[in-house]
Ligand binder design. Structure first.
Ligand code: ADP
Length: 683
């Protein structure tokens, strides 16, 4: 025996079938019913070309369950088999076919597990004996009975069978008795056989008579032999598509629109893809596309066959050209599958573009429902991005829609900064960022609403795709800093005034978990707000990315950093400064004197040490410098305490801070309560 070879011979084929196909035992029914359907279709074909001259009659395939005898029988009225054919197709071909199959995928157990079975022989996954009773359609054919208990030995004898066609009788083994349950078989038939092209019946229809359920004469046909995707699109109406959708997904809302796929060259593909209403939670909507091969259900996991973003769509794809009995990794590298995948992507994009072109209003009204899907596609597929950029929309705070190009034209003139960078302003919450939006609008700027699940990621992508363009959330900084038009007027305050204001406000900032504040002073004009709290675009975006993308956990752990920007031009800030200086002057002045002396001495020492190596500096000097640093820290602490004590009694400081916090939706609980009380006092 060779290494790496699972060594299949006809002697041990059955244990291997059982073992490798263990996870998917149920497919035996799909295999046998499709064989029956194939045999019936072959007879139809023969009849249509005049090679079969008898009556076709009713070709319904019947599945019957006999609990007492523990059998499942699949009967057809198709071409049937002669004794020679049984020998050729069942005894020889199928055995060697199974050998080939196992040989081909011997290194890839996954390809064997969970995918197409071995046709007829999959019957042995659930049965310890299988009988074929068949009568060929050929004139004068004699009925035959083939019987096999799973060992390589079989019997073949003449039999009695009135009607043309084949009965496959499965003697269900003890481990598989679950398949003797009527509802189990019914579920499986619905799953795999719902759209087979020949009627398939499971028992008879039942009805209620005198309080009892009784069988009627009518066969219980479970399938629709002409599913919508096999029909000509021009014959179909919207209602037909919607009704079919409802049949596939009884629990879903109506679809937004659909695409009827119909290709016969260079590969064969039919299907209908529906755009569902999706607003959030990507994963929930996945695995809704059903894959068929000639109307036989294969799988509802189409990953690897269609691009990931298309798995958000619903519907059916039917293609005999998708190789099914192979592993997923093989599938992804298959050239036919690649062609099919890019064809579907193109079709989907064409359809979106055509709706956009022919009925823009309609497209805009559906935008919120399809946006997530389109964004997902743009983020994951370069070619889809290039198509979708023509009809992908931005929505602004006035709920006006623009294409990327239209929007650029709209804001280019007014929102380009002094370095020639175009700044797109956006809000993620119109209510929470109201004051910032208003500040931007007062400058004549436009603000986009980017509140989608994938918008942070999309912004990052668009910044790479658009030239000299960056996105800034309206509250990332004060508006003049977001779009810098000319050199900033720095604050005209002196260093000690800056110190006083900074210490005063810093001392009154609330302590919050995982939040850090940084106080800054800027000249923003007397009509702008006295105090604004902003959050840097970069850090915020990194943190948001961290929450949707693996490997960025580091950012997620960082505190939220906010800037508290004081407007030194505002009357209230000026007053706070004046009052602070007035009431702290006496206490601060002596500390300040000491500070100045210590600072001067420190500078002197530093100068002396310049260019000297560590070992050349006398220990006494090192000690003095250390003492000076300690002293400076202590003095600064003392000075800050003076400001803090004063600030604590200045209601305006706290009030200004709270108002800004309130605007950022950051004032909660007791702090909010205190604010309300203080406001009442102030009134
Ligand atoms: P496959 O269907 O892939 O060829 P199977 O093992 O399922 O492989 O079947 C082997 C062959 O046996 C078929 O190709 C067909 O010729 C014959 N066969 C199976 N089932 C039937 C049936 N119900 N009626 C007539 N012929 C059948």
């Amino acid at each position: 025996m060779k290494k790496g070879n699972i060594g299949v011979t006809t002697e041990n084929i059955f244990p291997i079938i059982k073992k490798f196909l263990y996870s998917d035992h149920e497919i035996f029914l799909r295999e046998l019913v499709s064989n029956a359907v194939d045999a019936s279709q072959k007879l139809k074909t023969l009849a249509s070309i005049g090679e079969f001259k008898g009556e076709l009659g009713d070709l319904t395939v019947q599945v019957k369950l006999d609990k007492e005898n523990k059998t499942i029988t699949i009967s057809d009225r198709g071409i049937g088999l002669t004794a020679e054919e049984v020998d050729k197709y069942i005894n020889q071909i199928a055995f060697s076919g199974a050998n080939d199959f196992l040989d081909k995928y011997k290194d890839d157990a996954n390809a064997i597990i969970g995918h197409f079975g071995l046709g007829f022989y999959s019957a042995f996954m659930v049965a310890n004996q299988v009988d074929i009773i068949s009568k060929s359609h050929k004139d004068g054919a004699k009925a035959v009975k083939w019987s096999c208990d799973g060992s390589p030995e079989y019997t073949l004898e003449e039999a009695e069978k009135a009607d043309r066609g084949t009965d496959i009788v499965l003697h269900v083994d003890t481990e598989s008795e679950e398949f003797l349950d009527e509802s189990r078989i019914s579920t499986l038939l619905h799953k795999y056989c719902s759209f087979l092209p020949i009627p398939v019946a499971f028992g008879h229809k039942k009805e209620w008579k005198e309080g009892k359920e009784v069988e009627t004469e009518e066969l219980n046909v479970i399938n629709d032999t002409e599913p919508l995707w096999t029909r000509t699109p021009s014959d179909l109406k919207d209602e037909d598509y919607i009704a079919f959708y409802k049949k596939l997904y009884p629990m879903s809302d109506e679809p937004l629109f659909w695409i009827h796929l119909n290709v016969d060259y260079p590969f064969n593909l039919t299907g209908i893809l529906y755009f569902p209403k999706i607003k959030s939670n990507i994963d929930l909507s996945k695995n809704k596309i059903q894959l068929y091969s000639n109307q036989v259900f294969v799988t509802d996991s189409v990953e690897g066959i269609v691009p990931d973003f298309l798995t958000l769509l619903h519907g059916v794809i039917d293609s005999p050209d998708i190789p099914l009995n192979v592993s997923r990794s093989y599938l992804q590298s298959d050239s036919n599958v690649k062609k099919i995948s890019s064809h579907i992507t193109k079709k989907v994009s064409d359809r979106l573009q055509s709706i956009f072109k022919t009925d823009r209003k309609d497209f805009e009204s559906k935008w919120n429902d399809i946006k997530l899907f389109i964004n997902y596609g743009m983020l994951t597929q370069e070619d889809f991005f290039n198509r979708a950029k023509k009809y992908s929309l931005f929505c602004d705070t006035d709920e006006k829609y623009y294409t990327f190009e239209e929007y650029q034209t709209l804001v280019k003139e007014n929102q380009t900064d002094k370095n020639g960078n175009l700044i797109y302003l956006y809000a993620t919450n119109k209510d929470e960022q109201y004051s910032f939006i208003e500040a931007a609008q007062n400058k004549g700027y436009n603000v986009l609403v980017l509140d989608g699940q994938l918008d942070v990621a999309l912004i990052n992508l668009l910044e790479q795709k658009f030239e000299k363009t960056s996105f800034s959330r309206v509250d990332a900084d004060v508006i003049d800093n977001l779009i810098v038009k000319e050199e900033q007027i720095q604050t005209a305050l002196e260093a000690k005034e800056v110190d006083a204001l900074t210490a005063t406000f810093k001392s009154q900032l609330p302590a919050m978990e995982k939040v850090e504040f940084h106080v800054m002073i800027q000249s923003m004009g007397e009509n702008s707000a006295p105090l604004v709290i902003t959050q840097s675009e970069y850090m915020r975006r990194m943190k948001e990315m961290a929450s949707i993308q693996a490997g960025m956990g580091f950012y997620g752990e960082m505190p939220n950093m906010f800037n508290v920007v004081l407007n030194s031009d505002h009357e209230l800030v000026k007053t706070v400064l004046e009052e602070t200086e007035k009431s702290c002057e006496a206490e601060v002045a002596p500390i300040q004197t000491e500070l100045s002396i210590a600072e001067a001495r420190k500078a002197e020492l530093k100068k002396d040490q310049e260019g000297k190596k560590d070992e050349e500096i006398p220990t006494a000097q090192k000690d003095e410098l250390k003492d000076l640093d300690d002293k400076l820290n202590e003095l600064k602490g003392k000075k800050d305490l003076v400001y803090a004590t004063h600030a604590g009694s200045n209601k305006v400081v706290r009030q200004l801070i709270d108002l800004a916090l309130l605007q950022n939706n950051m004032l909660k609980g007791q702090a909010l309560n205190d604010f309300v009380k203080r406001s009442i006092d102030l009134i």
